[in-house]
Design a protein around this ligand. Structure first.
Ligand code: BTN
Length: 266
């Protein structure tokens, strides 16, 4: 299913750990982060997860043929300052968006702020970035968890799931080489993180260009309150700019709902 030797030769990776089955690659990467010396960037890759984590209390469900991995990075070693770390999630989503668009080109292949990739109005990828607890004096580490529907067809899934999600095999009508897709995502992510470290203007221009919420009215749940507004885009800090009745508010984190018009038009 995966060519591990090819992945171990990937220029950006220093370690690859593979599991046929695991609860969650994010949990495993966090365990590694809490330990001693880790060669970062380290890839934790699984053919299957039994308890994949999604945002909040959500689970990430994926069947055979999906791509599920976590990347453990030491952000300071990559030149990333702490205020830039929240934007790693957008860097990952953008990397997946570009890799998916390369195989299944579409105008509506884009990023749904803050961490999803959608194609044809359906979710194809979710990203979960976590900062695991660390030992005193250990370097800061981030876990970038990515789930992409690649060869896991959703045509046999319940109709409500089909309406919400899609996969590369369903979009293109052919299976894809998981190692190639993963290598491509990793190369794009390495480049995006380098651009983030250098505050390259091209990076926010790209997430703005591919932002799917622009021109839509959305509600964002901020845990303490909800904000409803007209989405102006994702700004250079990675925040969602919403025009509300009180003026423009930059939202740095939250859960988006009530998207109008909906992402899916059929
Ligand atoms: C979301 O859309 O809520 C984020 C989903 C993130 C899922 C990936 S799959 C690989 C990695 N390991 C996990 O347990 N979760 C992330």
């Amino acid at each position: 299913m995966f060519d591990l030797e090819q992945l171990r030769r990937h220029v950006w990776l220093r370690e690859v750990e593979f599991h046929d089955a695991i609860e969650s690659t994010n949990v495993r990467a966090a365990e590694l982060a809490a330990g001693g010396v880790v060669n970062c960037p380290q890839l934790v890759l699984a053919a299957g997860q039994s308890a994949g984590k999604g945002r909040g209390a959500n689970r990430w469900w994926s069947s055979a043929g999906a791509l599920t991995f976590s990347l453990l990075i030491e952000p300071e070693a990559l030149g990333l300052r702490s205020e830039q770390w929240p934007r790693t999630s957008l860097c990952a989503a953008l990397a997946v968006r570009d890799a998916v668009d390369n195989l299944a080109p579409a105008d509506d292949c884009g990023v749904k702020w803050p961490n999803d990739v959608y194609h044809s109005g359906r979710k194809i990828c979710g990203v979960l970035v976590e900062a695991p607890p660390r030992k005193q004096d250990a370097p800061h580490r981030l876990v970038i968890g990515v789930g992409v529907n690649v060869n896991n067809s959703l045509v046999a899934a319940p109709i409500d799931v089909q309406a919400l999600a899609t996969s590369l095999v369903d979009l293109t009508g052919r299976p894809h080489n998981l190692t190639e897709v993963l290598s491509d995502i990793l190369s794009r992510l390495a480049e995006n993180l380098a651009q983030l470290a250098g505050e390259a203007t091209e990076l926010p221009e790209r997430w703005q260009r591919h932002s799917l919420l622009d021109g839509r009215t959305v509600t964002v749940d901020l845990a303490t309150r909800k904000v409803t507004g007209y989405c102006l885009g994702i700004n250079a800090q990675g925040a969602l700019d919403l025009a509300t009745e009180f003026g423009v508010e930059a939202i740095h984190a939250g859960v988006v709902s009530n998207i109008s018009p909906a992402l899916r038009t059929e």
